[in-house]
Design a binder for this molecule. Structure first.
Ligand code: PLP
Length: 278
């Protein structure tokens, strides 16, 4: 009889929506977490009916059931990092903000508001409810549109992205990664994606000015980027769960995304999804 010889990876938790098409949401998160060497637990906030062409329907789950899922996971596992994705309603945003307040683990907030297809994934009331969650975040990972919603200022250039990152840190996040996938006009032009990381303090020195890092990666010529935000934030959370610093985790995860997009899944009739396993 084979001997029972279990493995004991760190546990990370994703709090996010289900994508029936499999390319984004919980499905991408768990794939990325497995690929980055952690065990992924999952709290489902909503189910979506969608495929590679778009989102047909969004069904938020009752907030008290989201809270019950979170409590069940937190009661049992030594959760080393939490990542939030699509939270769907103001009530769920508030419930999750309350739940994570007790967590003794890094919190990555991917403020999923609009899908790459342009479909809204969050009610307008819920956008306003993000304030508390941003303030609790170890790292918030908006794209340009989401950074604009969160800060109230347009984000169109790399300089705007840095200003938005600084503002998010002022709003209480320990760090902000403003993703440049939709930005053009920087020094790097259209051949590169520039992601901007702003960290509130260096080496625990709360008096120091925010540290700013720019990560430049080659732009892959495709619109098949569904799931890229989910895979990136989950890869970062997994690396934080394994003990990496925010800067180390972000740098490695950002670098990995080029290949995740290049070797994306060409499934379905619409644009495919990224491949979080590469
Ligand atoms: N979460 C869910 C459930 C989604 O359906 C989507 C996009 O459709 C997202 C998150 C965001 O996906 P992305 O990683 O492309 O930003």
């Amino acid at each position: 009889m084979p001997e029972y010889d279990p493995v004991d990876p760190p546990v990370a938790l994703t709090v996010a929506g289900s994508d029936s098409g499999g390319g984004a949401g919980i499905q991408a998160d768990l794939t990325a977490m497995t690929a980055h060497g952690v065990f992924g637990a999952s709290v489902v906030t909503a189910t979506t009916a969608q495929n590679t062409r778009g989102v047909e329907d969004v069904n938020p789950l009752p907030a008290d059931h989201v809270a019950a899922q979170y409590a069940a996971v937190a009661d049992d596992f030594d959760v080393r990092a939490v990542k939030t994705g699509m939270l769907a309603t103001a009530e769920i945003v508030e419930t999750v903000t309350e739940a994570v307040a007790d967590a003794d683990a890094p919190l990555v907030v991917d403020p999923v508001m609009v899908a790459a297809t342009g479909d809204r994934l969050l009610s307008p009331a819920a956008e306003a409810a993000y304030e508390g969650l941003v303030a609790a975040a170890t790292l918030v990972t908006p794209n340009a549109d989401e950074a604009a919603v969160l800060t109230g200022d347009p984000v169109e250039t790399p300089a705007d992205a840095e200003a938005a990152g600084r503002e998010l840190v002022t709003l209480g996040a320990e760090a902000a990664l403003v993703k440049g996938g939709h930005l053009t006009g920087g020094k790097a032009g259209d051949d590169a994606v520039v992601d901007t990381l702003v960290r509130a303090e260096e080496a625990g020195d709360s008096e120091s000015a925010p540290a700013v890092d720019r990560f430049e990666t080659p732009r892959v010529d495709t619109d098949a980027t569904h799931g890229s935000g989910c895979a990136l934030s989950s890869a970062i959370a997994a690396r934080l769960a394994r003990g990496e610093s925010v800067r180390e985790a972000v740098e490695a995860a950002v670098e990995g995304m080029t290949e995740a997009v290049r070797r994306g899944y060409d499934v379905g009739e619409g644009p495919g999804a990224v491949n979080p396993t590469v």
